[in-house]
Ligand binder design. Structure first.
Ligand code: ADP
Ligand code: MG
Length: 569
């Protein structure tokens, strides 16, 4: 037997990194700006704890395109690197300086917001560049150095002149990646990945119009000035304490997040937890109604203010996928490409936490702002019904906030409804019968008849109402739901005063037969005898179970729990 170790040389690994490390080439910019941000945050930390005796100032990161030279530049004012550090951090592939820093400064640096951790981000530059240069000057009193590499394992490292502290990364953009020299493309990427990163990012200049002085002449032209174009908001709302924020701040943040959304959200939930995992964020409830479009303006996932993805399935429970907003958690495990979420224990805990926060918020609204909550009910009920159907933990808490609207515009909690109907809406088995309509217009005659009898009729018209009802029947003992036009209703309705038919028995029989001949007798029943719908001469009902079976069949085999099969809305 022979034993040995597989020899992985850089020569072999480089093309692999280039090709397969990141499926999305565009993320090189996110990685380089993350490094520039880390370098700045490290300096901030070292000046804070007195280890760096330099002025921190108001550092920014600058992104520049030089079309003529075919280069893209990322310039920071962070800690920089000495020659020795370049050797250590850059020349050693997969050695993460970020991780080393966090280990070295442990507790004091744990909230510093440092992003990197795989030690591979820098090399993503070679996905779009055929040559990369680093010109860097450390905050330590040492000469500046220039590192240069064309993507082969050979590099050069030499002293150079650079007056200011910090690092400039220069990418000589490759022939097949020229799009990254396009201003629009870069702006788009910056807005996608870096819009809320913690250090100001400048991309070019912009013109600002100064307000006219009050005593300006009528034909005075407003003065314009050139100012630095800062792409990002370094302190987005979710990074602040809820107590610091007004409603207007939340609404402004919503607009910032979804500039194309003109409708305001109904309410929001500020998430903030340190233990057992770290997570912050804001979830907004948009006006959903029955017009559900999950493809648009989805919840965005960030890590330390760096955009990661808006595919949050698995982290956010399915029923909340219709919400909007931001979740920021460094604790969500991602693979190196950060685009693949693993459904592991930590993620499950996060999902449960979010579910609980939403349930708590709903309970608080239902308790403290009942009137407002009722007004918003129709816009959010789909989400909550779906939650009750699909998340046990949510269902357990739902009695506190689920509302049951009636056809005449009242809203009951389950407890209130129960109180209201328990004495006179039971069937012969002693079960409580909850009457509901699914189409206010189509079932109007039945609704009216039931109302005349003093029954409450709920309006359960959401696209998932039948699943919701089934779930409630499973949960609640001794309760059955009956649609107003179902046969149950006839059994339930015990007339005090029978309405006498003007027809003779023979006439009734022949009328009944002729109606029966025109419908499917297997599925429907004609009733003339016990005439309980006051205005209607006869009633055609369908056994509740038959109707439900058909409904389930139409919904397609009960596969609703995958969002893909979310019933048509
Ligand atoms: P990671 O960010 O996971 O540590 P990277 O490959 O992105 O890995 O970067 C490797 C290391 O190179 C960083 O940890 C840091 O020490 C150093 N580095 C990269 N970019 C800069 C920069 N702009 N300024 C200072 N150091 C940098
Ligand atoms: Mg990095």
């Amino acid at each position: 037997m022979t034993k040995g170790s597989i020899n992985v040389s850089v020569e072999n690994i480089f093309p692999l990194i280039k090709k397969f490390l990141y499926s999305d080439h565009e993320i090189f910019l996110r990685e380089l700006i993350s490094n520039a941000t880390d370098a700045t945050l490290k300096l901030k930390h070292l000046t804070n704890i007195g280890e760096a005796k330099v002025e921190y100032g108001n550092p920014k990161i600058e992104v520049k395109i030089d079309k003529d030279a075919g280069t893209l530049h990322i310039i920071d004012q962070g800690i920089g690197m000495t020659a020795e550090e370049v050797e250590k951090y850059i020349n050693q592939v997969a050695f993460s300086g970020a991780e080393e820093f966090l280990n070295q400064y442990k507790d004091s640096a744990k909230d510093s917001g440092i992003i990197g951790h795989f030690g591979l981000g820098f090399y993503s530059a070679f996905m779009v560049a055929d040559q990369v240069e680093i010109i860097t000057k450390s905050f330590k009193d040492e000469p500046a150095v220039k590192w240069s590499c064309d993507g082969s394992p050979e590099f050069t490292l030499e002293e150079t002149k650079k007056a200011e502290r910090g690092t400039e990364i220069i990418l000589h953009i490759a022939e097949d990646s020229k799009e990254f020299l396009d201003e629009h493309k870069i702006r788009e990427l910056l807005l996608k990945y870096n819009k809320f990163m913690p250090i100001p990012i400048q991309f070019g200049m912009k013109t600002e119009t100064l307000p006219l002085p009050e005593d300006a002449a009528e034909d005075a032209k407003p003065e314009t000035i050139e100012v630095e174009n800062i792409i990002n908001n370094p302190t987005p709302a979710w990074t602040k304490a809820p107590s610091e924020l007004t409603d207007e701040d939340y609404l402004n943040f919503y607009r910032e997040l979804y500039p194309m959304q003109f409708e305001e959200p109904l309410f929001w939930i500020h998430l903030n937890v340190d233990y057992p995992f770290n997570l912050s964020g804001i979830l907004f409830f948009p006006r959903i109604g029955n017009n559900v479009n999950i493809e648009k303006d989805k919840i965005q996932l960030y890590q330390n203010q760096v955009f990661v993805t808006d595919e949050v399935k698995g982290i956010v429970p399915d029923f909340l996928m219709l919400l909007r907003g931001v979740i920021d958690s460094p604790d969500i495990p991602l693979n190196v490409s950060r685009s693949y979420l693993q459904a592991d224990g930590a993620v499950k805990k996060i999902s449960q936490y979010i579910t609980k926060k939403v349930a708590d918020k709903m309970a608080s609204l239902a308790k403290n702002e009942r009137e407002e909550f009722e007004k918003k009910w129709n816009d959010i009920k789909v989400v909550l019904e779906y939650g009750v159907v699909s998340e046990e933990k949510f269902a357990e808490k739902s009695e506190k906030f689920m509302l049951f609207p009636t056809v005449d515009g009242k809203y009951f909690t389950w407890e209130e409804l129960n109180e209201k109907i328990k004495d006179h809406q039971t069937n012969k088995d002693g079960k409580l019968v909850v009457l509901y309509a699914s189409h206010q217009d189509q079932q109007d005659a039945y609704i009216q008849a039931a109302q005349e009898k003093g029954y409450e009729v709920l309006l359960l018209d959401s696209p998932i109402a039948s699943h919701f009802i089934q779930k409630l029947e499973q949960e609640k003992e001794n309760v059955t739901f009956a649609r107003v036009d179902a046969d149950h209703v006839q059994n339930l309705i015990k007339k005090d005063e029978p309405i006498l038919s003007k027809l003779s028995d023979e006439q009734k029989e022949s009328l009944k037969t002729s109606i029966e001949n025109s419908i499917n007798k297997q599925t429907y029943t004609v009733q003339l005898e016990d005439l309980s719908l006051s205005d209607a001469p006869f009633v055609i009902t369908q056994p509740e179970f038959m109707r439900r079976m058909k409904e389930m069949q139409q919904m397609g085999g009960g596969g609703m729990f995958g969002m893909g099969n979310f019933p048509e809305m």
